[in-house]
Design a protein. Structure first.
Lengths: 331, 157
């Protein structure tokens, strides 16, 4: 690992000033992604600012029924919080489906949102990768692309977004609160992660000098009946091949409200708006669930190695909605 | 920097520490506590698991500076004097140790599981230990050991 200078930020103001004034400054949260990427030589900050002592660790109820989660709340604490588990079971479940117990104890909400892709070529310094080295090409296209995205890809990058937590946040219309010396901004989650287009190295709407301070969850009554389902190569401790975050309200056999987001298949946490449209007003039946899944996946494009994800996503969407109907949000 | 950190109940002041080095390095190379193992250095294997302020973490991914003023408990701190913790005893008795490289991390992680959840189900044990990789045992004896330790601790309580 290259050497770097290290600073522990005592307060938000100091953190913001250091990143505004310096070159190559990176914030250090739980370190579970940044330290790994630094060891691999992919991230090479000149200065690392430890933000884990900042007072951004609260989980607070907001007037109106929402919840505000500090950016430094550890993933395991978020998943264990009673408010989160009752109002947003999908979020608690998504977090618990990610990484390992030790890693969840370290990982922060802000760092989870900014974790980078697990595309093999991104990690391989000898490979062509537009995300790591803009303009160098993309070895995943035509290469080993089993994990690649089927939604939102471009000819420049097909890497899937790896976060489980962010899929639940996309379903919940969370708002990311960020701050810099220029002030505070609130970024809807749908605009936070970007499609790769021809600039796959620009992954989010966060400016280089901005700190994520909190994630705000709006009141989403239907989320009381929500769940997260993740399909992977083994039962635990693996990234998603396909995952589904879903919430459903059914009255007299008819869907009156539905929210759906997908993981493992999109270049960003994927809100399935086409499927939601198809579900609204439809009978709560397997047939209707399948049609909704197909509406979303009509746009899917796969290579030879990840074509299985289309069928797997279709089945996982149907299975998640069916479980919601029969068992509610019980994990 | 001079790193002030409590390790296994003892206040330590370690000189000439670079804040950016790993807590694992501090424990093994500067404090002479080689129990926590260094294998992947990527958070994948769990062999470096230690308690940091009472919560198990991968010491290979914690920067030394992040441990300033905090309390660390390693596998060396599980026993009370010569008396092994029930989790350690159970690992020995169940034959859950082969090469032993994964054992210290598993002991800390299993210790934490039983503290928080005295009667874990098999599914809960598997999930709690998912981040600890063992290439020797096939895990069955490890599961036996955790079940045994949980039963003993529950019996003693
Ligand atoms: C073995 C392994 C398995 C994993 N499996 C999964 C999985 O199955 N599902 C899943 O979703 N994730 C998984 N992860 C990823 C894990 O969830 C992320 O590494 C973690 O959430 C990142 O959080 P962190 O606080 O450690 O971030 P860090 O590593 O500290 O930071 C990540 C990035 O975010 C920046 N950053 C951090 N906080 C802020 C902030 N507040 N403001 C601005 N910038 C900030 C850092 O500068 C850095 O660029 C896995 C990781 C490992 C190592
Ligand atoms: S898919 Fe994206 S991350 Fe992977 S090699 Fe291509 S450009 Fe890089
Ligand atoms: S050495 Fe830390 S997790 Fe493998
Ligand atoms: S006993 Fe050898 S790695 Fe587990």
């Amino acid at each position: 690992m290259r050497s770097f200078s290290y600073l522990s930020a005592p307060d938000v103001e100091t953190a913001l000033r250091v990143i505004a004034d310096g070159e190559g400054v990176k914030f250090l949260g739980g370190g579970t992604n940044l330290v790994d990427l630094m060891r691999e030589g992919i991230e090479r900050p000149a200065t690392v600012v430890d933000i884990t002592r900042l007072p951004l660790t609260g989980i607070e109820e907001l007037p109106g029924g929402g919840v505000r989660v500090g950016a430094l709340v550890r993933n395991s604490r978020l998943a264990a919080d009673l408010l989160i588990r009752t109002r947003y079971p999908v979020l608690a479940q998504a977090v618990l489906h990610g990484a390992s117990a030790q890693l969840r104890n370290m990982a922060t909400v802000g760092g989870n949102l900014l974790q980078r892709t697990r595309c093999l070529y991104f990690y391989d310094g000898a490979a062509a990768c537009n995300k790591r080295a803009p303009g160098s090409g993309c070895d995943a296209i035509g290469g080993f692309s089993r994990g690649g995205a089927i939604l939102g890809a471009s000819e420049h990058c097909v890497a899937a977004h790896p976060s489980d937590m962010a899929v639940a946040l996309a379903m919940l219309d969370a708002v990311v609160e960020v701050e810099s010396v220029r002030g505070v901004r609130r970024i809807p989650i749908a605009d936070f992660h970007r499609l790769p287009g021809d600039t796959p190295h620009i992954e989010t709407a966060l400016a280089a000098d901005e700190l994520i301070t909190a994630v705000e969850l709006p009141p989403v009554p239907v989320a009381a009946n929500s769940r997260y389902r993740k399909v992977r190569d083994r039962a635990s401790y693996a990234f998603a091949l396909v995952s589904v975050a879903a919430a459903l309200n059914v009255e007299d056999g008819v869907v009156t409200e539905a929210r759906l987001a997908l993981g493992g298949v999109g270049t960003k946490p994927w809100r399935a708006t086409e499927a939601e449209r198809a579900l609204l007003g439809a009978p709560a039946t397997e047939d209707a669930f399948r049609r909704a899944a197909e509406a979303e996946l009509a746009a899917a494009v796969a290579g030879p190695q990840n074509a299985f994800k289309i069928e797997l996503a279709r089945r996982t969407i149907v299975a998640t909605l069916r479980r919601l109907l029969t068992e509610g949000s019980a994990a | 920097m001079r790193l002030n950190v409590t390790v296994n109940g003892r206040a330590e002041a370690v000189d000439d520490v670079w804040e950016g080095e790993s807590l694992l390095y501090v424990l093994r190379e500067r404090l002479g506590l080689p129990g926590s193992k260094n294998a992947c250095e990527q958070g994948e294997c769990g062999s470096c698991t230690v308690y940091l302020d009472g919560v198990p973490v991968c010491a290979c991914l914690v920067a030394a500076g992040q441990a300033e003023g905090r309390a660390v408990r390693t596998v060396e701190g599980l026993a009370e004097g010569d008396r092994l913790d029930p989790v350690q005893e159970a690992f020995v008795e169940a034959g859950a140790v082969q090469c032993g490289f994964c054992t210290p991390g598993l002991l800390v992680q299993a210790h934490d599981l039983i503290e928080r959840n005295p009667r874990p189900s098999d599914a809960e044990i598997r999930e709690a230990l998912a981040g600890n990789l063992c290439r020797c045992t096939g895990y069955e004896k490890i599961l036996d050991a955790v079940r045994l330790a949980a039963a003993r601790k529950a019996g003693a309580a």
